[in-house]
Ligand binder design. Structure first.
Ligand SMILES: [Zn+2]
Ligand SMILES: [Zn+2]
Length: 468
């Protein structure tokens, strides 16, 4: 065993992650090869369910009624620690592995642009390692691996949280592939995803325009109204949209239908709700102006993240104890070459030094402008996440370069490192109940006075993003 894989004596249960490296790497590659988008991750979920069963976990499928959500449980009694594993992919990012140029794979429609193949792999590794600790120490405690689908565009965890999947947890531990290695202390935005539809009256655009009422005009006016709204939103709010139906491609028809998917974001759940209500007024105004009918469909939402400082410090201390992998010459050569494919222009990128796996010091909380459904779990129980540098510096998530790096030996190595940090963090909480109590106390203060109020209305059902 090389020095970089040495597991400190304090954490003997972590060695199972190296012993099962081939199986874990194969899982990561399977999820990459069979990339599937939100709520349609059937092959990926089946593979992981099978693997968890073989590893001795008690598996529950169809969790909260979502066909691709599942859990694998081991142990008994308290504490109950959840490990979150994402595995969904992104449409339009099909890409050959280890390529140095944008090279879509013919016939594929999506790719692992956010590294969720590594995400699922590492989280399974962590759960296996915690199981090993529970078996060998004969400690009381339960680990539950959660297969959480549809992080991208579906907020699977937010539906699962709304329907109680995480209620029994004392804490949740998770991670994300990245270009740096650090405990996550930044705050993500809450969001709502809503489809706005307009129905008008089609007519001959040249011969009888006065008889028509254009749904496309209504949609355009709605979008313009939202541009004017931007000046009057609070800081850090974001509104984006994709026009998904223009009413056809014949300009000589007054368009009878039009549709856009809106993503509305704000730092807090309450703020996003208020912003959504203002966007609704703009949509209604656009319909009034154009004498069309407007309707909207709530697709999904997710909460802002709640940082738990007790858990942040528990995880950071484990990162100080467990050595981060050292890249080989081959790892560096690949990353150097990839750096020259457009990453070099990104701030802080030195193509001669493209991998930065070293653990970064703890940073104060900062507002980040993306969102994650981990937010909902962080409202239900104390939750902590790390980033691990699976990618070359400058790699943007949701890029072809991220997909290209997803099966690299370096990516596997860093995913196994993430597995070790997650496992050791969870084991610390099992070993020291007083630390977990502190984390829970902080959590209660953080979510006071209301506690978790699910942002997704009770009657909204999860919907595959390919079928909106
Ligand atoms: Zn993503
Ligand atoms: Zn992601």
């Amino acid at each position: 065993m090389s020095e970089q894989n040495t597991v400190p004596e304090k954490h003997p249960y972590l060695s199972v992650i190296d012993e099962k490296a081939d199986m874990l790497d194969a899982l990561g590659d399977y999820l990459w090869d069979n990339a599937e988008t939100a709520f349609e991750e059937f092959k990926s979920a089946a593979y992981m369910v099978d693997l968890l069963k073989k590893e001795g976990f008690e598996v529950e499928e169809n969790l909260t009624g979502i066909p691709t959500a599942f859990s694998g449980r081991f142990g008994h009694g308290k504490p109950v620690i959840g490990i979150l594993g994402e595995f969904d992919a992104l449409s339009g990012l099909q890409q050959e592995a280890e390529a140095f140029e944008k090279k879509p794979i013919p016939g594929k429609v999506c790719g692992q642009g956010c590294g969720h193949n590594l995400f699922g792999m590492a989280s399974v590794g962590a759960a296996i390692s915690i199981k090993k600790y529970l078996e060998e120490s004969k400690s009381e405690g339960t680990v539950i691996f959660f297969g959480t689908p549809a992080e991208e565009g579906g907020s699977g965890k937010s539906f699962m949280a709304r329907d109680g999947a995480f209620d029994e947890l004392d804490a949740a531990v998770t991670w994300h592939p990245a270009a740096t290695t650090n405990v996550k202390t930044n705050l993500s935005l809450a969001n709502y995803q809503v489809v706005y539809r307009f129905d008008g009256v089609p007519s001959h655009a040249g011969g009888k325009p006065e008889a028509g009422r254009s749904a496309l005009d209504a949609l355009e006016l709605m979008n313009v109204g939202v541009q004017f709204l931007r000046e009057h939103m609070t800081d850090h709010c974001r509104v984006h949209y994709a026009i998904t139906d223009t009413g056809g491609y014949s300009p000589n028809v007054v368009q009878g239908h039009a549709e856009a998917i809106y993503l509305i974001r704000a730092p807090k759940n309450q703020e996003v709700k208020e912003l959504y209500e203002r966007v609704n007024k703009i949509a209604a105004g656009a319909a009034l102006m154009t004498e069309t009918k407007e309707s909207h469909e709530f697709i999904k939402a997710c909460s802002n993240t709640v940082i738990n400082n007790v858990l942040v410090h528990v995880m950071y201390s484990r990162m100080e104890e467990i050595p981060v992998p050292v890249p080989t010459e081959e790892d560096l050569e690949f990353a150097k070459k990839l750096s020259k494919t457009g990453l070099a222009g990104m701030p802080g990128v030195d193509p001669e030094n493209p991998l930065h796996p070293e653990v970064r010091p703890l940073a104060p909380s900062d507002q980040q402008h993306g969102s994650t459904d981990v937010g909902d779990v962080s409202w239900v129980c104390p939750t902590v996440q790390l980033n691990a540098a699976t990618w070359a510096v400058g790699t943007a998530a949701h890029s072809w370069q991220a997909v290209s790096q997803g099966k690299r030996p370096w990516a596997h190595k860093m995913a196994r490192y993430a597995a070790k940090i997650m496992a050791a963090t969870a084991v610390e909480l099992i070993k020291y109940p007083e630390v977990l109590e502190d984390a829970k106390k902080e959590h209660l203060e953080n979510v006071a006075p209301t506690g978790y109020e699910p942002p997704i209305p009770a009657d909204v059902k999860p919907k595959a993003i390919s079928k909106l």
